[in-house]
Structure formats: structure tokens, C-alpha cells
Design a protein around this ligand. Structure first.
Ligand code: NAG
Length: 367
């Protein structure tokens, strides 16, 4: 009854859910046959508008690799999943006031936690998009958010940690260091064409280009990368982007596994280097304790998504996490084992739907 009431507050959700269900059904029949070799959740968001990006940025259905995801959510432009509005969800008072985490999570299969857009061009200074941990003077971080939700009573087995496959951009007349004042707009990439935002594919293309003049710097505290251009001789600006490299992603997966979360979700697979154009990072598992050898890859494509699946396996090995006891609480849709997943296209649809609904609910509440 209460669940009904919640959705009833935003009746337009039903139409969107219906649309979502059509595409989820299509995807589920694909996912059902394959999938990662671990039993954690890897939720892949695809933005429908990615198909309209120019040249090598265009992401068609054919580019999707169902082996790398357990769930797929096809995100419609109508859902207003713009990066700017995601920011408001990071506000703790939103989670706290309108959203009784412990009660609500009983009705939901998974909660997708959008752990990004902590900082961006709107701050008018250079900051990290998605810091794993953060210094005391600016404590907002992935760990802060997850710890906060756990403290509010969210069951870890339902939390899905959101990972960004994109970075935030800044323009500054300073040196291009953290906290340098910036112009409030940033710059745009050739494919995603949105000020303040660069897809990982756009970032790694520039960093793989030996003559581009870009350099990068790893920050161990936040597990973020800051990359900067040479100073533009005409404008005198330095361009800066802060983003998640494969090492950042690996460390966040390790963190999610150490907290025994359900898994991770990705915003969004269409800005991974899905064509495999970039040089692979050599430091991906640098912060893992026991990696006998770097996992061998069959393909150079999807470096971040492949990192997620490899890091999940390695992290579970490292942590030696025992299988979680199945939770038979009410309203639970069976999920968990790989065998279940392969035979349960229908529940994949339901799970994605529930998650989509939550995503939209959070949005409607946040505005
Ligand atoms: C590499 O960067 C240089 C300098 O910005 C540019 O002229 C060139 O087109 C780039 N090459 C590729 C393959 O993008």
C-alpha cells in the first residue's frame, strides 16, 4: 500500500516505466545468456541520446557488450537525467528528510547511489568529480555518502555504488591545480558536447595522444586523476579535467566489496572507451594487495567496464568474502546466483524497473 502511495505521487512515472520495460525486456533476453563470472551486480546505464553523438562518439545498440553487465537500464532523455540535477541528490538533507531509507529499502530490490558530481565547474574552482575519500575540510566523498546511508539503516546488500565514466572540466588562468579558481563553465568535448563534462573516451583519447600536451596526476587520497593541458597561447587558459581512471574504478570496486554492497552501477557505458581506441592504463591494480598477474584481456575495448568485472573478482578474492545469506524478506524477487540470473530474464526486468523507478522517484523528490 505504501509503495503504491509513493508512486501515486508522480503518476507520470508509470508511463516512463512502461517505456523502460519495453527496452529492458529486449536487453534481458540478451543478458540472460551471458554475463560476468562473479555474482555481484553490474548495472549499466546507457543514455539513449548517445546514438546521436558525432563520429566515434556515437553509441549504437551494436556497441553494447552484454558480457560485461548484469543489468541494463536504458535511460530516456525524458527522465531528465542530466548531470546537473544529479548533483542535488548528493545533498544529505534530501536523503534524510524525504526518504526514510530503512523503511523504503524494504520495498526495493536495489538502491542505485549516484556517487559523483561532488564537484564541477559550478563551484568556480577546480575540484574532484567523484572522490573516494576526502580531507576533513571538505568531507563529501563516496565513502561519506555510503557510510551515511548505512548509518541511516540501508542494508548493504541493496546498495549499488554508482561509478562515473566521465569527468568534470574546468578552465583556469592559474596553474591548473586543485582548488584553483575557474571560470564556472569549463569546456566541452567533441562527442558529448556539454560544457563542464567530458566522457572517459574523450579524456583517454586526449591523454593517449603524445602530441596533445596534456599531463595527468594521480591523487592517492581521493583516487582521482587530475589532467591538465598546456596553457593556451591565445586565451592564456589552462584546461583541467578531473575523472575516474581504471585505477579509480578498481579502488571503488574494492571499497564496495569491502562494504559488502550488492555491486556497482555505471553512468554511463556509452562514454567508456567502447571502441578500444586508447592506451590501457598500466596501474589499474596498483592498490590491490594480491594480484598475481594483471588479468589478461581479450579486447582493448571497454577498459573501465572490464576493470569493474576484473576488480570485483580480485576484490572478492582479496577480501575472501563468504557468500551472503539469502534474505527471504517480503517482496524479494529472487536474485543472486549466476544460475538464477541466467534463467530469470523476468526478474532482471523487474529489478531494473524497480531501480529505474527509484532513480526517478529520487529525481522528482529532489526538485
Ligand atoms: C593529437 O593532438 C594534436 C595536438 O592537439 C592534434 O593536432 C592531433 O590531431 C591529435 N591527434 C589525434 C589522433 O587526435
Amino acid at each position: 500500500m505504501r509503495q503504491r502511495k509513493v508512486w501515486g505521487e508522480a503518476p507520470q512515472l508509470w508511463l516512463l516505466l512502461l517505456l523502460a520495460s519495453v527496452s529492458c525486456t529486449l536487453w534481458a533476453s540478451v543478458t540472460a545468456r551471458t554475463g560476468p563470472s562473479h555474482d555481484k551486480v553490474v548495472v549499466c546505464y546507457i543514455s539513449t541520446w548517445a546514438v546521436y553523438r558525432p563520429e566515434q562518439g556515437a553509441y549504437a545498440i551494436d556497441n553494447f557488450d552484454p558480457n560485461l553487465c548484469t543489468h541494463v537500464v536504458y535511460a530516456f532523455a525524458g527522465l531528465d537525467i542530466t548531470q546537473a540535477s544529479i548533483k542535488s541528490l548528493a545533498a544529505n538533507n534530501v536523503i534524510c528528510q524525504v526518504y526514510n531509507v530503512q523503511t523504503r529499502s524494504g520495498y526495493l530490490d536495489y538502491l542505485h547511489i549516484m556517487c559523483y558530481a561532488y564537484h564541477g565547474s559550478w563551484d568556480q574552482k577546480v575540484g574532484y568529480n567523484s572522490p573516494l575519500a576526502a580531507p576533513a575540510e571538505d568531507p563529501f566523498s563516496v565513502k561519506f555518502t555510503i557510510d551515511y546511508l548505512l548509518k541511516l539503516g540501508a542494508p548493504p546488500s541493496k546498495l549499488v555504488l554508482g561509478l562515473p565514466f566521465y569527468g568534470r572540466t574546468f578552465k583556469t588562468v592559474s596553474e591548473g591545480n586543485l582548488n584553483d579558481g575557474s571560470d564556472g563553465v569549463g569546456f566541452r568535448g567533441p562527442y558529448t558536447r556539454e560544457d563542464g563534462f567530458l566522457g572517459y573516451n574523450e579524456i583517454c583519447n586526449v591523454l593517449s595522444n603524445k602530441t596533445s600536451g596534456w599531463t595527468k596526476q594521480w591523487d592517492p587520497q581521493t583516487s582521482q586523476v587530475l589532467a591538465r593541458s598546456e596553457r593556451n597561447v591565445f586565451t592564456q587558459d589552462v584546461s583541467v579535467v578531473t575523472f575516474d581512471s581504471s585505477r579509480s574504478i578498481a579502488n571503488k570496486v574494492l571499497y564496495a566489496m569491502s562494504k559488502r554492497l550488492a555491486g556497482v552501477m555505471v553512468w554511463s557505458v556509452d562514454t567508456d572507451d567502447f571502441l578500444g581506441n586508447c592506451e590501457l592504463d598500466g596501474d589499474t591494480f596498483e592498490d590491490f594487495k594480491v594480484v598475481s598477474s594483471a588479468p589478461r584481456r581479450l579486447s582493448q575495448s571497454y577498459p573501465l567496464l572490464r576493470t569493474i568485472n576484473e576488480a570485483t573478482v580480485l576484490a572478492l578474492e582479496q577480501l575472501a568474502v563468504p557468500e551472503p545469506v539469502p534474505d527471504d524478506s517480503e517482496n524479494e524477487i529472487p536474485h543472486g546466483s549466476i544460475a538464477d540470473r541466467k534463467n530469470a530474464a523476468a526478474s532482471i526486468v523487474s529489478l531494473s524497473l524497480t531501480a529505474t523507478a527509484l532513480f526517478m522517484l529520487l529525481h522528482s523528490l529532489a526538485h
